[in-house]
Design a protein around this ligand. Sequence first.
Ligand SMILES: [Zn+2]
Length: 416
Amino acid sequence: MFDKVIKNVRLLEKDELVNVAINAGRFASITEGEMTGQITWDGQGGYLLPPFVETHTHMDTVLTAGSPRFNQSGTLYEAIEVWQERKQDLSIEDVFQRACQALQQLLAHGVLFVRAAVDISDPELTALRALIKVKKYYAGKIDLEIIAFPQDGLLASPKNQERMRKALECGADLVSAVPHLEPTREKGIASLQFCFQLAQDWDKAIHIFCDEVDDEHSRFLEVVADLAIHMNNKRVTVSHANALAYYNDVYADKVIRLVQQAKISVVACPLVNSMMQGRADPFPKGRGLTRVKQLHEAGVNVCLAHDDIRTPFYPLGTGNILQAAHLGLHLAHMSGQKDLRDVVEMITTNGATCLDIHNHYGIEAGKPANGIVLPAANLADLLSEQPKPMYVFRNGELLAETAPVETTYHHEKITT
Ligand SMILES: [Zn+2]
C-alpha cells in the first residue's frame, strides 16, 4: 500500500496509460500494473507532467495594467512612461500583494518554478525587498528565483552598478544586463563585461535581456556567447534575442553556433514579443519571435515563457504558460507531432535545464513527487484547450485542484 496513487495517466515520453505511486513525498513506482494507495487520484487518461517552468516573468510590474492609466498605444515607450509613473507608488505591501496574487494564478496553472526579474533602479530596492518576502512565503510550494534587473541600463544609469551589488547583498539570485538599451554599442559591451564579472565575483547565474529590438544592428548575443565561453560561465540565459530573426542567414548561423557552443539557454516570450515587436516594420511585418525552431534544431536549449501578466507592457494574460506555448508553436512553425512534444518540453524540461534543477525535477522513481495532471487525451488537445491542471502537487501534497470543464447541452443531440 502506497501513500498515494495517481492512476490512469499518460507520461510525455510514453503512449500507454500508467499508474504512479508516491511514498514519503517522492515518486516510488511507475507501472502499467495495478497498485493501491491510501489516497487515489484518477487522472482519467490525462497527462502527468512535471510542473511547468516559467523562465521569464516580472513580479514587480505584475497586475498593474490600468494603474495609473492604460498603455493606449501599446508601444514600449508608452509602457516605460506608464511604469515610471506607477513605480512612484511602490510599497512593500503593494508589491507583496500583487506578486502573491500572481503566484496563486501561476500555481493554479501548474507553474511551480518561476524566474522573475525585478527592476533595481529604485535606490530603496523596494520591489526587491518585497519579492524576497514573497520568495520566503512561497518556499516549499513555488521556487521563485529573482533576477536583479537594471531596467535603465548599467552604463546609461551608472548608479545601477552599485545597486546591483546591493541587490545581491539583499538576496537576489541572478545578475542581468540590457545591452541594447545602453547608449552605444561600446557601452552595451561594457555592461555585459560588468555583469559577467559581477556574476563571477558572487558565483551567480546570469540572465541577459538581449537584443529585444527589430534591428539587425543589435548584435549583443555574440558578445554574451563569447563572454560565457571565455569566462567559463555555464549558467547563462538570454531572453528575447529578437534581432537574431533580422540577421542575414550567414551571420545568424555563426551566432547560433556560438550560442550552442556556449551552452546558453534562450528564452522566447511569444505573447509579449509578438505584441511589442514588428510594429515599426513595413509590411510584411516580422513575427516578433527569435529563431526558435532553428536554435532548437541546432541543439540549443530553448524555453518558452509567458512573461508579463497585465502590465503596461502587456495588458492581457492569466499566467497560463500553455497560451505562450500555443502562440509560440504558430510563430515558430512547429506543428508536427514531434514539434508539439518539443514545444511542451520548452515549458517543462528545457525550463528545468535553464534553472539547473534536474536533480529534483521529472517524473522518475526516487525524485520529489512534484507534478501536474492535465485533462487532455493528446498533445493537440492539451495545446489547443490549454486547460488548468486537475491536480497540482509538490512533494506529494496537493496544492491546487481544478475540476475539468464540462459543458451541459440544452439542445437535441445531432445524430447522423
Ligand atoms: Zn519580460
